[in-house]
Design a protein around this ligand. Structure first.
Ligand SMILES: *[C@@H]1O[C@H](CO)[C@@H](O)[C@H](O)[C@H]1NC(C)=O
Ligand SMILES: *[C@@H]1O[C@H](CO)[C@@H](O)[C@H](O)[C@H]1NC(C)=O
Ligand SMILES: *[C@@H]1O[C@H](CO)[C@@H](O)[C@H](O)[C@H]1NC(C)=O
Ligand SMILES: *[C@@H]1O[C@H](CO)[C@@H](O)[C@H](O)[C@H]1NC(C)=O
Ligand SMILES: *[C@@H]1O[C@H](CO)[C@@H](O)[C@H](O)[C@H]1NC(C)=O
Ligand SMILES: *[C@@H]1O[C@H](CO)[C@@H](O)[C@H](O)[C@H]1NC(C)=O
Ligand SMILES: [Ca+2]
Ligand SMILES: [Ca+2]
Ligand SMILES: [Ca+2]
Length: 582
């Protein structure tokens, strides 16, 4: 039997799978990510079948129909395989949880409690299973035989026919933090996704490594635009180069982020998990996958555009960013940004691998301002009982010092580095615990507190410490986060001028300040949080964080951001949109 499954049979499945994977969970329980994936898919299919008064199979077929072209075909092939199996096992008192137990994705290990996302309550699956049509149910006997021989208790999602290749593909994409398309190896790309120009300014010549965002102009950019900022050529009257006239005395600089999923702006569309909203949500699927479910182009550090019309089906809110402000301050800084945010990053992985994908030529490029912002993974992924996997203050010091040494070797003189403290994740529980998670939107039967418990039961939570109904655990997590922030502050205080090529600063995490500001405007906490994962800051919060951070910089550290370029208007007048971003 052959299954030609393309990059996504079950998009939602990957979303969950990757979300879970991004938290670097090593030891899951009771079926882990595969169980959660199965449960959510079956639940959405069941809800869709209720909304449209149709069979489960028709509902799954409908969901496949929402997917773009090639994905749709693959999804239907998958359905051909799974549909008959589902029909065969459904009984009257099933819920999504019990179905996935029967399928073998979920189970209960001895000594563990049973994990359930939904209340034990019959949804009447059976009455809806028989209304399927023959044309959708092909190969039924063959599939059932396959199922009996292959499916075992504890089967993993990535072991399914055809899915393994997809998992491998995804792992390869997600493990690589350098641009996938970069012919001249200058770490800037003319391609959008795969760590391309969604993440760092577009390479305006991918055949010449001397040409890239952030380069000091070669021959004053009389002929070519060596730094891709759209400024080149000479004044027809005086014959002076425009880079000399408009930029050379303005101390241009770029901005870079060494961060985690918060800085990369992780976002799973709410519409993918809400059975009432599925229809338009999958248009951008390939784009979203190739950007690792991150939206750096709309993020608080390196966002450079507002969501396009098609993005607005799956992400909501305005864009504002530090990069955008830096460009507004000095138009010579156009396109000079790099986002090295990686889902699940913590201080150790930053020092071991991630930092290496930051590129700057210390002699031929302009200075850089760097934000080191690891907001919580160092404390999130502690073992649920012992906290053994949390980074200790001693390890934190060692890790951050290693990264600072690395930066001193790579950054041009006169750069600046800001160490940002960890967030206080207690606000997650405070803002969300009593609210309904999108996966329970049809019957109002899953709160975030229950969602957190479920993820902890399967041991796949991206942040056991804060996404937890046990207040002692949340307090202990915050305590460690405060200790680690204190280390960062101490390192910055003691080493402000230690490094050859940059000045070092510390700032508390701006989230609580942003929150206060939001509340003063009458806003509520949950409005700033990602509804699906219940963990990340959303689009609105990203814009707010940029605003708060920028104002702090203006007030406290003006040398960080440089002076306003008096030639900005002239640059716009002569060079228009400076070549744009895309
Ligand atoms: C659902 O469909 C069945 C037949 O397929 C029909 O008998 C029933 O009235 C429908 N229910 C609603 C609420 O439309
Ligand atoms: C996004 O749109 C708003 C409203 O039009 C505008 O003020 C803002 O500057 C835009 N942001 C970006 C990054 O273009
Ligand atoms: C920086 O640029 C100079 C001149 O092009 C080159 O010789 C040097 O190898 C570059 N350094 C790095 C680290 O790429
Ligand atoms: C959630 O609701 C319960 C009951 O209404 C209330 O006692 C509790 O304080 C609420 N929790 C939060 C974090 O708002
Ligand atoms: C689900 O979608 C419906 C329809 O757009 C919306 O009214 C509802 O608020 C959504 N539920 C959640 C929990 O996001
Ligand atoms: C909450 O967590 C603490 C620390 O792990 C533990 O000692 C305590 O028993 C837990 N409380 C409950 C109600 O589970
Ligand atoms: Ca390149
Ligand atoms: Ca280049
Ligand atoms: Ca230029």
């Amino acid at each position: 039997m052959e299954y030609h499954l393309q990059k996504s049979t079950v998009t939602i499945a990957f979303a969950i799978f990757l979300f879970v994977q991004s938290s670097l969970v090593s030891a899951d329980a009771n079926g882990g990510a595969s169980c959660a994936t199965c449960t959510v898919i079956v639940a959405l299919a069941e809800q869709t079948s209720v909304i449209h008064n149709e069979s489960i199979i028709h509902a799954l077929d409908r969901i496949c129909g929402y997917l773009p072209g090639t994905y749709q075909k693959a999804c239907k092939e998958f359905l051909d395989f799974f549909g008959p199996i589902l029909i065969d096992i459904l009984t009257e008192d099933d819920t999504a949880d019990t179905v996935c137990h029967k399928l073998g994705f979920c189970f209960t290990q001895s000594g563990k409690q049973e994990c359930r996302l939904f209340p034990k309550k019959a949804y009447g699956f059976k009455s809806r299973k028989l209304r399927s049509t023959r044309d959708l149910v092909v190969n039924m006997e063959k599939n059932k035989a396959y199922f009996k021989n292959t499916m075992k208790i504890g089967i993993k999602f990535c072991d399914l026919p055809g899915i393994k290749e997809i998992c491998d593909w995804i792992n390869a994409v997600f493990d690589n933090h350098d641009p996938g398309v970069d012919l001249d190896s200058d770490r800037f790309s003319p391609y959008e996704t795969l760590r391309g120009y969604s993440w760092r300014g577009k390479d305006c010549d991918d055949a010449n490594s001397e040409v890239h965002p952030g380069a000091k102009p070669i021959d004053s950019d009389m002929v070519i635009d060596s730094n891709c900022n759209g400024i080149k050529g000479k004044d027809p009257v005086t014959g002076d180069a425009y880079e000399d006239l408009l930029c050379s005395n303005t101390e241009p600089r770029g901005i870079a982020l060494l961060g985690d999923s918060i800085g990369a702006h992780f976002h799973l569309p709410r519409e993918w998990f809400n059975s009432s909203e599925l229809s338009l949500a999958f248009e951008l699927l390939p784009f979203i996958l190739e950007n690792e479910f991150d939206w750096p182009e709309l993020s608080s550090t390196t966002g450079f555009m507002n969501a396009t019309d098609s993005m607005q089906h799956v992400i909501h809110g305005p864009t504002d960013s530090l990069y955008y402000r830096l460009w507004q301050r000095n138009h010579c800084n156009f396109r000079d940004f790099q986002n090295m945010g990686v889902n699940g990053a913590r201080s150790g992985s930053m020092a071991e691998t991630i930092e290496n994908s930051l590129f700057r030529n210390s002699s031929t490029d302009y200075p850089l301002i760097v934000f080191y912002a690891l907001v919580g993974n160092d404390v999130c992924n502690g073992h649920p009982d012992t906290f053994a996997d949390m980074t200790t203050p001693k390890e934190m010091r060692k890790n951050v010092m290693a990264t600072l040494d690395f930066l001193d070797g790579r950054l041009p003189a006169n750069s600046h580095v800001m160490l940002v403290g960890l967030a206080d994740g207690r606000l997650l529980y405070e803002g969300l615990s009593n609210r309904t998670h999108p996966v329970g939107s049809l019957r109002n039967d899953v709160t975030y507190a229950e969602f957190y418990d479920y993820f902890n039961c399967l041991q796949i939570s991206p942040c056991t410490g804060w996404m937890n109904t046990n207040s002692t655990v949340r307090e202990m997590t915050t305590l460690r986060a405060e200790e680690l922030s204190a280390v960062l502050k101490d390192v910055a205080d003691k080493n402000k001028n230690t490094y050859k090529n940059f000045e070092l600063y510390y700032s508390d995490n701006p989230i609580s300040q942003a929150l206060d500001q939001w509340k003063k405007q009458g806003g509520e906490l949950w409005q700033l949080l990602e509804p699906v994962d219940g963990f990340h800051t959303n689009q609105q919060a990203n814009a707010l964080l940029a605003d708060v951070t920028w104002k702090n910089l203006e007030q406290l550290y003006p040398s960080f951001i440089g002076n306003v370029n008096p030639n900005n208007d002239k640059i716009t007048q002569i060079f228009g949109n400076q070549g744009g971003y895309l």
